[in-house]
Ligand binder design. Sequence first.
Ligand SMILES: Nc1ncnc2c1ncn2[C@@H]1O[C@H](COP(=O)(O)OP(=O)(O)OP(=O)(O)O)[C@@H](O)[C@H]1O
Ligand SMILES: [Mg+2]
Length: 377
Amino acid sequence: MAMNDVQLPDGATQLAEDVMRLRSCAVLQMDHHGRILDCNAGVLGVFGYRSDELVGRNFACLFSSAELDRGSDRAALTKALLHSFENQGLAMMRKDATRFRAGLLLERVEGSGDATPRVLMVVRDLSDFFQTQKRVNEAQEIALRAQRLDAVGKLTLGLSHDFNNLLSVIANSLDMLAARRTGDESARRILDIAHRAVERGTQLTRQMLAFGRGQTLVPEVSDVGHLLQSSLELYRRVCGETIQLNIQVAQGLPPIAVDTGQLEAALLNLLSNSRDAMHGVGRVVLEARLETAVLPGGKGEEEDFVCITVGDSGPGIQAEIQGSVFEPFFTTKSVGDGSGLGLSQVYGFASQSGGTATIGRSALGGAAVSLYFPVVR
Ligand SMILES: Nc1ncnc2c1ncn2[C@@H]1O[C@H](COP(=O)(O)OP(=O)(O)OP(=O)(O)O)[C@@H](O)[C@H]1O
Ligand SMILES: [Mg+2]
């Protein structure tokens, strides 16, 4: 029976007619076994079936196989026959076998006289609602992560300033001792060790300072393609011969204002992370393209960025640790192999430059870390 040919019972009200024509949600009437007796025009929009294709079939054909395995159809019918059943988010299946999340309401309707009870089912497609909710949750998670990094950044900045001052005093004192050296070889060796430790400490505080956005940046209006090409040899050397490094720069990229030395340091950090994750063998792509995005914690408006991504064919960064890798001192490497400051330098530098850094999955199968820099118009 085609939808518009549905025969309404005698004395049907205007409301019943309107329900039969309703397109935004499917309304089905079933017997107590779940056999579909009648349905409205909405089954076409929601499930892709004409009503005459459904009448006579069991309503289980509208559930995804996962829900059928769970017995959701039987549970819904049993509960409806007792009284009613409601659910927001069951996985239903359209005629073309695509699945969608649905809002379901089933209610028992008494048959007249001795007639067995019937069940009325109302179904709404909630895909858009769930999609929007997913996007809102993701945006909230990103904003929370940015807030947490900001708080840790402030703490790190205070610490690194204090350590920097202490290290300067130690370095000056060592210089004075070295100047008074009396030719004692073992004293010279001890001083050398102390000097190297101070240098390492200074390097660490510099990275902490970078994370806390406390570096003195010297931005220059630059063409990213040109910058990447001019450091290509250095990048290749860091990757080593057993890693194939490719550069892809989109045509006509607008310039960005960036501290070129710090950009190079950030990319070296990312390339060495890729190299380590792949144990020195694999593929890396260094890509630059134009992207329009809303900066987390920014003006809330879309802006144009030059996005520089380092993607690799390594194992990727597990979802559970993606929220932590930008934090200072987070590392999965053994003691002595990594201090966990590489990505925090990258994040702090990108943020201080008016952009941000994000983690994703590379087309090569591994991790992709992207740096966003606002374009200069
Ligand atoms: N390309 C990547 N593939 C897989 N995991 C990665 C990648 N880049 C970073 N990681 C993970 O993120 C962690 C933090 O990286 P980060 O660069 O901040 O510190 P690190 O490399 O461990 O030490 P450091 O850079 O200070 O020597 C790494 O220990 C690793 O677990
Ligand atoms: Mg690193």
